[in-house]
Write a protein that binds this ligand. Structure first.
Ligand code: CA
Length: 223
């Protein structure tokens, strides 16, 4: 799952980013409304956490412009103002939920999970390729009747593959989606994780589903 965080207060931003990353989310970060809006319009995020008081363009304007451009990504608004009027304005503008500062990380995480569950329920609840099954809501993976335990990174990679089944994904696409834009590392890390995944979801089973596309990347499909 990939989250966009738009928040100008450095301390709050790094607290949220670190916490979410520890829970297996990839986090892209914008420190003002203008850069946040540009990233939001890419429509590559599963969720946007958007502060209202931002430099350049305020959060409500970012939200209004996103929705005007038909970007439907769920949005969790952050604010210091917690009056009923402000809450109504935020929700009317197209926010999916609202969290007043200060908040605990546990509360934020609960809201994030609820929003992601809601949006995955309204899309496709369960993904399958052959007898491989991934349920994003319960975060469970099965191959046939075997339940497969994955780490949060392995799960994030498999989820990206299965949501794009049949499509070749490059190492760079996988890095950007699973680790976030600012992850500064060798794309070899992808090969390492794909190997871990293969050992769990493919090695003991037939048919093989995760294929190497020489010189390009990987694809998940039934041949
Ligand atoms: Ca702010």
């Amino acid at each position: 799952m990939r989250v966009l965080l738009v928040e100008d207060e450095k301390k709050v931003a790094s607290f949220i980013k670190k916490g979410l990353e520890e829970h297996g989310y990839a986090v892209d970060y914008g420190s003002d409304g203008k850069s946040g809006l540009v990233m939001a319009l890419d429509e590559i995020h599963d969720l946007i956490i958007l502060d209202i008081n931002l430099p350049e363009i305020d959060g409500l304007t970012v939200l209004r412009q996103m929705r005007a451009k038909k970007v439907a990504t769920p949005v969790l608004l952050l604010t210091v103002r917690a009056t009923i009027e402000d809450k109504v304005i935020g929700l009317d503008t197209g926010a999916d939920d609202y969290l007043a500062k200060p908040f605990s990380f546990e509360e934020l995480l609960a809201r994030v999970r609820a929003l992601l569950r809601r949006s995955s329920d309204s899309k496709s609840p369960v993904f399958t390729v052959a007898d491989l099954v991934l349920d994003p809501a319960s975060r469970q993976v099965f191959r046939g009747s075997d339940r497969i335990e994955l780490t949060s990174k392995e799960f994030a990679i498999l989820e990206y593959f299965i949501r794009n089944r049949g499509r070749v994904l490059t190492r760079t696409m996988i890095i950007d989606h699973v680790w976030g834009y600012d992850f500064d590392a060798d794309t070899n890390v992808v090969d390492v994780y794909v190997n871990y995944l293969r050992k769990k979801i493919d090695a003991p089973y037939e048919p093989k589903l995760l294929h190497t596309v020489r010189g390009t990347g990987y694809v998940l499909r039934e041949e």
